[in-house]
Design a protein around this ligand. Structure first.
Ligand SMILES: [Zn+2]
Length: 249
């Protein structure tokens, strides 16, 4: 059942929001014994775009849901976890994110953009064939011939962007404005943005811009450092780079 009003996504207003209050819209038992809850608003990021879901806790007046996963369901965010006590529609809950995990994901996610821009700067605009993020490390599949010899220069360029401490801006823009901003960096919209009237653009000021719906740090310096851990040829001209951010290598 979808709630009448879509879940308000507080992480788009403030990517650093760690705690919030919300009203429970619906609660359901899931087949695996876990419980799912939809709120009127949330700071929990639901799995999507290669970024894993947030975890944390929802504390209500007569119980708490230990959130182990969150996912999109239509326009709602379903918080999935183990329930102690009870939770009912109309309850006010205090949501608290597992911030260490989320902040590490934000740093890792921003590092993915930095690495893409580093590769673009060195070899020209390069298409991405896939990507994935976890806590502190991630992978990027480039549709480009990146050799092992080139890895030190990519890593060096990425860390130069980190040290610039460039501002990272995320804004939802009308389609034409989004295209304008992307074009300034030699980029454009892709098939994933087909038909969208508004597009969220993540811009690393002076470095590059991409359409993206995830959560990022405010300045590249927060990443600390980026290390390329591994290069793997995936065949068909695709090369996978695995990387980690400071504290995870
Ligand atoms: Zn992003």
């Amino acid at each position: 059942m979808e709630s009448p009003v879509p879940t308000e996504r507080l992480y788009y207003q403030d990517q650093y929001l760690k705690e919030f209050t919300a009203i429970v819209a619906s609660v359901e038992e899931l087949p695996d014994g876990k419980v799912g809850a939809v709120l009127d608003r949330t700071a929990f990021y639901p799995e999507g775009g290669g970024q894993p879901a947030d975890t944390g806790v929802l504390e209500g007046p007569s119980g708490k849901l230990k959130v182990v996963w969150a996912e999109n369901r239509g326009e709602d965010v379903l918080h999935i976890g183990e329930l102690e006590g009870s939770l009912s529609p109309g309850d006010e809950v205090r949501g608290v994110l597992d911030w260490d995990r989320r902040y590490a994901i934000m740093r890792t996610h921003t590092a993915a953009h930095v690495l893409m821009h580093a590769v673009d700067r060195l070899f020209g605009r390069t298409a991405l064939a896939g990507s994935g993020l976890s806590v502190g490390s991630g992978r990027l599949d480039f549709a480009a011939k990146i050799t092992r010899d080139q890895l030190p220069s990519i890593e060096e360029e990425a860390n130069r962007i980190v040290q610039m401490d460039a501002e990272v801006r995320a804004n939802v823009l009308p389609r034409d404005k989004a295209e304008e901003l992307l074009a300034r960096y030699g980029a454009g919209l892709g098939p994933a943005q087909e038909g969208m009237e508004e597009v969220r653009i993540v811009e690393i000021v002076g470095v590059g811009a991409d359409p993206c719906g995830g959560t990022h740090v405010a300045r590249t310096g927060e990443i600390g450092g980026i290390k390329i851990l591994k290069r793997k040829s995936k065949g068909k001209g695709v090369v996978r780079l695995e990387y980690a951010v400071s504290g995870f290598y």
